[in-house]
Design a protein. Structure first.
Length: 122
């Protein structure tokens, strides 16, 4: 997908303030049995077509509205992913502004996960 220059500028600015990890680290942690919260921030239709194992759904359109109900503790460590790692950066920055201090965006997102051949849940 070709993203517009202004969108990319917005993402790149947000990226300066957001911690990131990648899909390979997420997979290693899953294989090691590490307990962590993985949040899919894509559209509901994207979620329905497949998502990372163990993920919970809180789409970008509702995450700010519903985050406190799902995860009331602002110290909860949340790993956010989207299709490729752009929307999740924006969500991470937004949640930081809401007081969540441990939000990490997963670079590569669902696309990177699938390209690596990792398992997907439907």
């Amino acid at each position: 997908m070709q993203h517009s220059p202004r969108f990319l500028a917005l993402v790149n600015e947000a990226r300066r303030h957001v911690e990131e990890t990648d899909v390979h680290a997420i997979r290693r942690w899953q294989e090691a049995g590490r307990d962590f919260i993985l949040v899919d921030v894509r559209e509901e239709s994207e979620w329905a077509r497949g998502h990372l194992p163990g993920a919970v759904y809180l789409g970008r359109g509702i995450v700010e509205r519903d985050i406190e109900t799902r995860f009331p503790d602002p110290d909860t460590e949340l790993y956010l992913y989207c299709g490729g790692g752009f929307r999740s950066v924006l969500v991470a920055e937004s949640l930081q502004k809401m007081g969540y201090g441990k939000v990490i965006s997963v670079d590569g997102g669902f696309r990177g996960w699938c390209e690596a051949g990792y398992p997907v849940e439907a």
